[in-house]
Structures are given as structure tokens and as C-alpha cells.
Design a protein around this ligand. Structure first.
Ligand code: ADP
Length: 169
């Protein structure tokens, strides 16, 4: 079981079975990584998302990946940062935990995450990296036999460095 960080575009990954989308409650597409995933997957992804009736913050739902090189997209909805006293950390932890549960259900043993909530949703990246890595390590204590690779695909150096600091620390 390997945990790694890569710098780049999550839609280009060829070494995973599932990528996680930082979606919004509607699941009907948006900007950032969500927009990139819908563009790369093609319009059938939106068609399938329309059947899911949205997704609550912290929950996760799985679709096929259509034109993406992986098999599944796991859509999760991160919390919007409101200063840190609105349950943001536990909702962000829920995203990682529920995404891994979805991956396990679908037999996806190699999974890539983006930096959930740290774009438009404004979660400070250092704090988000702590929650992300701690939660994944916690979940893997009971589910490690279900996975071969968990990676974060980070889009810019500042984000990469924040996750690297936590992972190496
Ligand atoms: P949120 O609404 O959860 O904050 P965003 O998509 O706005 O989601 O941002 C989450 C993170 O995803 C940010 O670090 C952003 O730079 C990054 N990101 C944007 N496009 C991509 C992509 N194609 N691959 C990986 N990460 C991406």
C-alpha cells in the first residue's frame, strides 16, 4: 500500500482506478477541478450526475468515468470555509472517509484525490492538508487491504508543498 503526492492535472492520471471530484451539492458541474473532470469525461458524465439528485456536504457518490482514463469518478462535496468554527474539519474528514468507502465498494484499489475545498471553497491549504492526510491514514488502519495506492494530485506548487510538509512531517 503506497501513499504518494503528484503535481499535475487529475484528469490525466493513468495509474488509478478512480479519481475523486471536489464537486458541489448539485453535482451538475462547476469550475476548478469539477469543470476539468466534466470536460475531460464528456457530456455523459453530466447525464449520469443528473440521476443522482445531488450530494450532501461530506458525502460521496460514484459514477462511471466515460472518456477519462480511469474507471470511476467519486464525487464528494467539501465544506465551504467559514472561519473554522462551522464543523469544516469534520466535514472535510467525512469527504475523505466516504470517498474511500465508495472506492472500496466499487473495488477501486488505486484512488487519486484533489485538494478538496482549498480552491473556490477557501479552506486554508495547510489546515486542509492536515485533515486530508490524517483522515486517510486513519481510514487505512482498518481498510488498508482494500487499497494499493492512494495519491493526491495537486495542481500547483504551493498546494503540493503544503501536503508534502504534512506527509513527511
Ligand atoms: P473546491 O470548490 O472544493 O475548493 P476547486 O476545484 O475550486 O474545489 O479547488 C480544489 C483544488 O483543485 C485547488 O487546489 C485547485 O487548484 C485544484 N484543481 C483545479 N483544477 C485541477 C485539476 N485539473 N487537477 C487537479 N487539481 C485541480
Amino acid at each position: 500500500m503506497e501513499i504518494k503526492l503528484v503535481l499535475g492535472d487529475i484528469t490525466r492520471l493513468t495509474d488509478v482506478d478512480a479519481i475523486v471530484n471536489a464537486a458541489n451539492n448539485s453535482l451538475l458541474g462547476g469550475g476548478g477541478v469539477d469543470g476539468a473532470i466534466h470536460r475531460a469525461a464528456g457530456p455523459e458524465l453530466l447525464e449520469e450526475c443528473r440521476t443522482l439528485n445531488g450530494c450532501a456536504t461530506g458525502e460521496a457518490k460514484t459514477t462511471k468515468a466515460y472518456n477519462l482514463p480511469c474507471r470511476y469518478v467519486i464525487h464528494t462535496v467539501g465544506p465551504i470555509w467559514h472561519g473554522g468554527s462551522s464543523n469544516e474539519a469534520s466535514l472535510l474528514a467525512d469527504c475523505y472517509r466516504n470517498s474511500l468507502i465508495e472506492a472500496q465498494k466499487n473495488g477501486a484499489r488505486r484512488v487519486a484525490f484533489p485538494s478538496i475545498s482549498t480552491g473556490v471553497y477557501g479552506y486554508p491549504v495547510d489546515k486542509a492538508a492536515e485533515v486530508a492526510i490524517k483522515t486517510v491514514k486513519d481510514v487505512l488502519r482498518s481498510m488498508s487491504s482494500s487499497f494499493d495506492l492512494i495519491e493526491w494530485c495537486l495542481f500547483d506548487n504551493r498546494t503540493y508543498n503544503a501536503y508534502e510538509t504534512v506527509l513527511k512531517g
